[in-house]
Design a binder for this molecule. Structure first.
Ligand SMILES: NC(=O)c1ccc[n+]([C@@H]2O[C@H](COP(=O)([O-])OP(=O)(O)OC[C@H]3O[C@@H](n4cnc5c(N)ncnc54)[C@H](OP(=O)(O)O)[C@@H]3O)[C@@H](O)[C@H]2O)c1
Length: 331
């Protein structure tokens, strides 16, 4: 597994991490034993970075991680990034010290740790991203030892650039995959320049980039891919990366052909993950996994050979043909 430095946290983490939204909710039922199996399989496969949030299963994802880390004892070497800010309405007046303390205290309890490794504001409004008082409060939490570092998970490239410009922001999490190329224009260069780590989320476009779905595919009733395709429940752009499903199927088919043409063996999902992980400026990529098998396959993408410039040119070609006009101006 390739290793990277996670921005200003100065921690070494695996190039492929694990997203743990699936271990909480919104993806159909994932049992507690399945959640622990996903975490164990990931660690065995070399994953040392876990992304969670206080709202995933209203704390269940954090609690599963806490239980898992306790079972591993001290010195497990895993970095956990959690998120805060979505347990209340996302309005600027809620991003204040009193709430930050309450939210981080709850996450510390769930995760069973005195100091959280990394806390990310969970897609806050733009006015919060540019508020000096917010960063002062976060700096205070670091000084008090409640958190070791902080970052932001953002929706737009403009928000990412505003966060990167702040001196103590360690990481920025943003959607980045073969269907969402806009961060390549300005965000990755700015992050490299500032030493801010980029955490690439939704790297498989909610699974579309595995190439396994068809027009006939169905999802469980409580899976967000049923009810949030248009962003009606949470952000536009999270489910299937905001890509129209039928357009996404066509583009995913072209991406699968590209992956099949590699001169080494990789599944379509592994090629999609490796392509993001290998971008200069990306610290770690956090695919969600619903089973140990998916977790192991995804981790293996972190040690694939260089996909090469021609692959990237073809990814850009697919993006330009199917997606750019609709996706690029939106964020
Ligand atoms: N606002 C935010 O900050 C925010 C928002 C969204 C996500 N995130 C974070 O980013 C993480 C990743 O995003 P995501 O989970 O939404 O989407 P994703 O990683 O793009 O897609 C995950 C889905 O891809 C499929 N998959 C995974 N591994 C596979 C494999 N090896 N082969 C075939 N299919 C595979 C699974 O679909 P099936 O279930 O169909 O098998 C899985 O549920 C989340 O877990 C979360 O930690 C953060």
């Amino acid at each position: 597994m390739e290793q990277t430095i996670l921005g200003k946290t100065n921690r070494t983490v695996s190039a492929v991490g694990l997203g743990t939204w699936q271990l909480g909710a919104d993806w159909g039922n994932v049992s507690e034993s399945d959640a622990l199996a996903v975490l164990a399989a990931s660690e065995d496969a070399g994953v040392t970075f876990l992304d969670t949030a206080d709202v995933y299963g209203d704390g269940r994802s954090e609690q599963a991680i806490g239980a898992f880390l306790r079972s591993r004892g001290d010195g497990h070497g895993i970095t956990v990034a959690t998120k805060m800010g979505r347990r209340m309405e996302q309005v600027p007046e809620n991003y204040v010290m009193e709430n930050f303390r309450a939210w981080t205290d709850r996450s510390r309890k769930n995760l069973g740790t005195d100091t959280l490794d990394l806390v990310q504001l969970h897609c806050p409004p733009s006015a919060t991203v540019t508020s000096g008082e917010v960063y002062d409060a976060l700096d205070t939490l670091v000084a008090e030892g409640a958190i070791a570092a902080y970052g932001l998970s953002v929706e737009t490239c403009g928000q990412a650039l505003a966060a990167i410009a702040r001196p103590n922001v360690a990481t920025v999490q943003i959607i980045l995959n073969a269907f969402r190329l806009k961060p390549l224009d300005e965000v990755l260069p700015a992050a490299r320049e500032a030493g801010v780590g980029i955490i690439a989320r939704v790297p498989l476009a909610s699974g579309l980039l595995s190439g396994k779905y068809t027009a006939a595919t169905t999802f469980a009733g409580d899976d967000h891919r049923n009810y949030n395709r248009d962003g009606s429940h949470f952000d536009v752009g999270e489910t299937f990366s905001g890509v129209d499903y039928s357009v996404g199927l066509e583009a995913a088919g072209r991406f699968a052909d590209l992956a099949a043409g590699l001169d080494f063996t990789a599944t379509t999902a592994q090629a999609a993950l490796a392509w993001v992980a290998q971008l200069d400026g990306v610290s770690t990529v956090i695919p969600g996994a619903r089973s140990a098998e998916q977790a192991v396959a995804n981790a293996a993408a972190g040690s694939l050979p260089d996909l090469g410039g021609a692959f990237t040119a073809s990814v850009r070609g697919i993006y330009d043909e199917f997606l750019r006009a609709d996706i690029h101006p939106r964020w």
